[in-house]
Design a protein around this ligand. Sequence first.
Ligand code: NAG
Ligand code: NAG
Ligand code: NAG
Ligand code: NAG
Ligand code: NAG
Ligand code: NAG
Ligand code: NAG
Ligand code: NAG
Ligand code: NAG
Ligand code: NAG
Ligand code: NAG
Ligand code: NAG
Length: 705
Amino acid sequence: MTLWERWMAGGGCLLLWLLPTVLQAQPSREVTPRPLPCKQSLVLVSCRGLGLRTFPEKFARGVKQLDLSNNFIQNLTKSATFELGQLEHLDLSFNQLETVSKRALAHLTRLRSLFLGANHFDRHYLSNGRAFRSLVSLNILDLSANNLDSTMAAAYFSNLTSLEKLVLSGNKITQLPRGIFWAARQLKEINLSNNFIVEIEEGAFEALVGLQVINLAMNSLHCISGFSLTHLRILNLSYNALELFATEGREEQYELQVLDLSHNKLRYFPLFSKASRLTHLNLSDNAIASWASSPDTAAEVSSWYDGTAIFNLSLSNSITTAGMAAITNLDLSNNKLTLFPIDFLRNLSSLHNLRLATNCLHNLTLEPSTRVESSTDPDVETDEQGVTFLSVRSLDLQGNFIRSLPPWFFSVLPKLETVDLGSNSIQPCKRQNEGESDTGYHPAKRENCTAFCHVPQLKHLSLRRNNITALCDSMFYQTSLVSLDLSGNEGLSMPRGTLEGLESSLQKLSLRGNLMETSKTEFPCLKALKVLDLSENKLSLLPSGLACSPLENMNIQKNNLHVLEKATAVSWSRSLQSLSIADNPFSCCALSWLEVLEAANVSVLDLNKTLCSYQDKKRNFTAQLSQSPQWLCPQDARNGSMAVLLVVVIGFCFLGLCCAVYCHQTKDKKMPRYLGFLSNRVDPVSYPTNVKRMEQIAAECVSNV
Ligand SMILES: *[C@@H]1O[C@H](CO)[C@@H](O)[C@H](O)[C@H]1NC(C)=O
Ligand SMILES: *[C@@H]1O[C@H](CO)[C@@H](O)[C@H](O)[C@H]1NC(C)=O
Ligand SMILES: *[C@@H]1O[C@H](CO)[C@@H](O)[C@H](O)[C@H]1NC(C)=O
Ligand SMILES: *[C@@H]1O[C@H](CO)[C@@H](O)[C@H](O)[C@H]1NC(C)=O
Ligand SMILES: *[C@@H]1O[C@H](CO)[C@@H](O)[C@H](O)[C@H]1NC(C)=O
Ligand SMILES: *[C@@H]1O[C@H](CO)[C@@H](O)[C@H](O)[C@H]1NC(C)=O
Ligand SMILES: *[C@@H]1O[C@H](CO)[C@@H](O)[C@H](O)[C@H]1NC(C)=O
Ligand SMILES: *[C@@H]1O[C@H](CO)[C@@H](O)[C@H](O)[C@H]1NC(C)=O
Ligand SMILES: *[C@@H]1O[C@H](CO)[C@@H](O)[C@H](O)[C@H]1NC(C)=O
Ligand SMILES: *[C@@H]1O[C@H](CO)[C@@H](O)[C@H](O)[C@H]1NC(C)=O
Ligand SMILES: *[C@@H]1O[C@H](CO)[C@@H](O)[C@H](O)[C@H]1NC(C)=O
Ligand SMILES: *[C@@H]1O[C@H](CO)[C@@H](O)[C@H](O)[C@H]1NC(C)=O
């Protein structure tokens, strides 16, 4: 029988191919469909998704990894696992498991990881749980999506003393009782995401001194206070209903580095212990309107918590940056902030990336309370004194209501490399004539516009969708931008001088969706430009300055281009790698540019979608560019002259022929076959397909002459 099994494993495939013919020949004989054999290598066996209903048997000895996921296995018995004593990794996720017999796991003494997600372990959890007690060397247990509550879940890890990672996501746990993880003292990581947890009892994680990662995302937690997990490194609390987050024991050293509080209902900044190592704080999608860390009045606190002020917070409008000194990444997008408090941010001395997208920032004045604390007036004149410097390198301010940046803005951000100002209402300033002012800008106009020159640190700027219509000469003077996004500013005009000063730095430029006209789009010679998006404009000619640029990727979709100049195509073919061209009114009869690009192996990404058209007095047609439609066009000049030549030759032939016939006739009265030919004469010009026959006749004719 073993031999038969082996043969099946090796040659079963062949048999299955032959099976349909056998069935047809003998329709009465009953054949039960056999599952395909598992993929097997020395220590690794995969029977994933083979429609198995029972645990397969007879594995080769020494199998270490077994994947039985995505089948229909219902139970696990001792006999099934008997030969798998070497097994280290077992994946039974996505099956129908509900019973594990008492000794089924007893001999899997080397098992390190067990994946049981998406089964029915809510059934028979007490007896199943007893079978799990012998898995004393198990490190990883995944019981996600098993419809477990906390009692059921606890039954499975009550004796798993070596467990390091536990995944319980996608169950129906509503609370975490004290001591639930008591047995699994080695736990480093717990994933409880996507449950219904509303309460975590004090001491739930007690004794887990090695715990580093907790994922509590997508639960129903309303507040976290008394947070005392000093060893924790990563805590994910996103998608809950948190209104408050505060760490207790505020003198202790906390190891927490990453805290995700996004998608909650926080109205104030979280409160941290002074001794904190937090580097990543995500507060996006909350309701934070002020930079304070606690509410103004006790009344407000009470109003949240039905009159029971359970937190002992210092009830003042305190802004505290304690515990934030190590933060490098702070995400405050999608909140309700109206102010940009320089003093607050200055204390975050490690901050590199700050996101304030989609808030209610109108202007970047200072918060009133910090203005009082500040010793100097935070206006223009103070920036030279070095009062306030922020360490921020990347700042996202898109989607606010900013009309202009204050003149001190770039001076207090001496390390700022990337700024996204998209979807605001910022207008660039006009440069003043020489000699009028040191900075070159008219002070009176500073209020309403923003100057972008003399900012040597700035590399990446987005002014996408700011309703900018006019750019001005040398507006980036002494600002060596590498990338610039001016897209979505409808009706933009860009005179030649605009990009002056960026000739050797600018590598990436987007002018997408600006409805720009050819006459209002001029480029200087940008010697470093590699990526250019000119799509969704009204260009009928590409700017001539582009021939200078070593372009690699280019988009000219949705313009008004009939033809590209061959010289331009030749110059691009040196560097261009990919090009998008669809939705232009290209002419089918002037496609030599495309041939040049194709010869240079430029990949035209949307060639299949690109159409061209041709129209004259007689006909109109539209064709796909990819189908080489040139043959539909009227014959070009060279073919025309060939036809004329042919007519002339044939004309001479007839003349010669007539002459010959006449001479012959004078000798011999009989009419030869030529007469029949003459009367059936065809017109070579209107029927060019007969050309070959004509040539034949012409040849005949010459020999006759
Ligand atoms: C295990 O499942 C198989 C098939 O579903 C069934 O025939 C067998 O009786 C079950 N054994 C136990 C011990 O539940
Ligand atoms: C529980 O674990 C301990 C060691 O961690 C082991 O000695 C004991 O046998 C286990 N209990 C059962 C029922 O297997
Ligand atoms: C936790 O579970 C969720 C949902 O199953 C999953 O997306 C996430 O990657 C898991 N995290 C870890 C660390 O395993
Ligand atoms: C937290 O969990 C959410 C939801 O699963 C996920 O989108 C997010 O990336 C996680 N955050 C971190 C810092 O891993
Ligand atoms: C913060 O969380 C939001 C939503 O989960 C996510 O889109 C964003 O990328 C996160 N921010 C950072 C800096 O990781
Ligand atoms: C609140 O904090 C103050 C000062 O830190 C302390 O004296 C007081 O006992 C605390 N109250 C409660 C209820 O913990
Ligand atoms: C900033 O830090 C200084 C000194 O560490 C402190 O006095 C000041 O209150 C802090 N400012 C804020 C807004 O937290
Ligand atoms: C700045 O914004 C605040 C609040 O939105 C407003 O009161 C103030 O007048 C604005 N200042 C300027 C100079 O526009
Ligand atoms: C600035 O804008 C306001 C209103 O938008 C306008 O009244 C004022 O004249 C402008 N100032 C300058 C200097 O253009
Ligand atoms: C853009 O500016 C024009 C006038 O300059 C104004 O009429 C229009 O409402 C503005 N559009 C938006 C979306 O702000
Ligand atoms: C273009 O269409 C042809 C056939 O219609 C197809 O074979 C080819 O893969 C398509 N190319 C792209 C880039 O979509
Ligand atoms: C060709 O198209 C043009 C414009 O679309 C139209 O005016 C003209 O009548 C068409 N000619 C023929 C022969 O269909």
